[in-house]
Design a protein around this ligand. Structure first.
Ligand SMILES: [Zn+2]
Length: 246
């Protein structure tokens, strides 16, 4: 079973590309993905909840909704997030360091809610490993899924190594494989952390001309690392299934 932990209903790219639930399920069917975590970004929390909620209602057996936390502008978003989790069945929270200040003053009430509700946070730290370390230390009961092993399309070996080192010290830190371009790095992370802490993500869909390409290449990237069969199964789906209690 393949579970994609990182799929955008709305991307944070320049065009703010949106993909419908039908587009996403089409990509999943074309690439053999059984379930996907879906969320929107580059929009207010409330809108992200509307979009992911509609997607999960359309495909309840395939799509798993996460809410996008964008605190800061107009007061707390905790009440909206709490409602999404408790009333609408949302299974986690997405946070992006490029759109949201990750300092405690701004984000800690969101992290506290995630601990209370025992849902994971999928966080793009945009290369800032100190933010990951602060969160992991401050919230030992929080499952943190670190997007892209730490930074999207990162060719800086030392930077990704810093993220792996932080993950080594905090057992509830996970790393997602989306947007990884360093050959062998996923295998190395599995070797250092154990396969149980690496989770498959595509960061799809895209591009418009071939929406399944990102997911196809993301699966290939994991498969070509040469993991053992059990490890590969865990990374491609088993681990996130456990985290989300599927
Ligand atoms: Zn993403």
């Amino acid at each position: 079973m393949i579970i994609d932990c990182h799929v955008h209903l709305r991307h944070g790219d320049e065009e703010r590309n949106e993909y419908s639930p039908e587009d996403i399920v089409g990509v999943m069917s074309a690439t053999g993905i059984d379930h996907s975590v879906v969320f929107a970004m580059s929009c207010p929390t409330r809108r992200s909840i509307e979009m992911a909620s509609a997607a999960a209602r359309a495909f309840p057996a395939r799509l798993i909704p996460f809410a996008y936390a964008l605190p800061g502008g107009e007061g707390s978003v905790v009440a909206e997030l709490e409602e999404a989790i408790t009333r609408l069945g949302f299974r986690g929270i997405k946070i992006h360091g490029g759109e949201c200040d990750l300092s405690g003053r701004v984000i800690d009430d969101v992290l506290g809610l995630a601990v209370e509700k025992q849902v994971p946070c999928l966080v793009d730290f945009i290369g800032r490993h100190k933010d990951l370390e602060r969160m992991a230390r401050g919230f030992p009961g929080l499952d943190i899924v670190t997007a892209h092993l730490g930074k999207y399309l990162c060719e800086d070996v030392e930077l990704i190594d810093r993220f792996i080192e932080v993950a080594c010290r905090f057992p509830r830190v996970y790393l997602d494989t989306s947007g990884v371009v360093l050959d062998g790095k996923i295998m190395e992370a599995v070797g250092r952390l154990g396969a149980s802490r690496i989770v498959f993500g595509s960061d799809g869909p895209g591009p418009r001309t071939d929406p399944a390409r990102t997911a196809r290449e993301a699966i290939e990237r994991v498969r070509k690392e040469g993991l053992g069969a059990d490890e590969e199964r865990a990374v491609l789906g088993g681990n996130i299934a456990g985290l989300l209690r599927l």
